[in-house]
Ligand binder design. Sequence first.
Ligand code: ZN
Length: 337
Amino acid sequence: MSVLHHKPMDILGLKQDIVKNFQRKIDERNHDKAKWMTEENLERVSACPICGSSTQHADAIMDLTNTRYVCCRQCQHVYLLKRLTRDALERYFKSDLNVNCMYADPEISQKRIEEVAKPKLNWAIDQYKNQYGEVPESILDIGSGAGHFVQAAREYGLAADGIEISESSRTDCKKLFGFDLINTNFYESDLDLTQYDLITFWGVLGLIYSPTDMLSKAFDCLRHSEKGMLIASVPKWNSFGTSVQNIHTDTIIRHMNVLGHIHIYSESSLATAFVNAGFSPCGAWYYGMDIYEFLMQLSYLSNIPSLPEKTAQYINPLQMTIDHAGLSDEIALAGTI
Ligand SMILES: [Zn+2]
């Protein structure tokens, strides 16, 4: 098992929109929560979505309006006890027009390719080379947003496609990069998606109704390849960023936003999900935005808008310490078939 720590990047440059408009983003999230987290849109979960252990064997670890996060004693997966129904969740994602608006800016977009998509692609290729001694011939990216990762893979010379259910994101991709993302729901899709060597879920498995269904579908697609690999990145509960957000539950717009993340993983629950779907974990990567989160909350609390920029020099060195300690708010895992 290969393990990498840290991913340096210019977070404030990428997040200009949020740094300048934090209050507006908080208001938007709170408005969305009030609109969507209503009784008719919610259902109660009876078992851990990863290992199936009853919710009677889960402990409440964070209370929020109308719901709470619980932690499974069996696999340490953290999940919402009451969450949007499958139908409401699909309607929410199709309607969430604000989600990618900043990614559609051409200047930010290029920065995002260099600082986010290319490091992810390079790590994915390294993982593939470690296992199979060559680069993958083809990649399918699920939940591509505005298509930055797919574009980075195409620039590298790989045959890459992406799936995206949000119409506004597909439109942004076409505008920015000139190609179409596939409009299909991966889990239910009857398209032939068996020609790929590598399937990626960047930041998707925390958001979706059933991660286990998605991973089983990915295994079904990849088992046709002799050299199949799956890569997924997820929000991680045991992190510095979680502690920060646990203190500031009214101003959460990142990984513990209940409309975004139904699932927050432990290393154990992510590995369990991989193994149960048929994948053998072979590489992990710890990285995150914990220090950025901390500075944003401090800035908001102290009413010093310039604080993140004035303390920007601390972000990467402190984040590196967090990542090396395994306390980052994100983890990526690679697995072979
Ligand atoms: Zn569990």
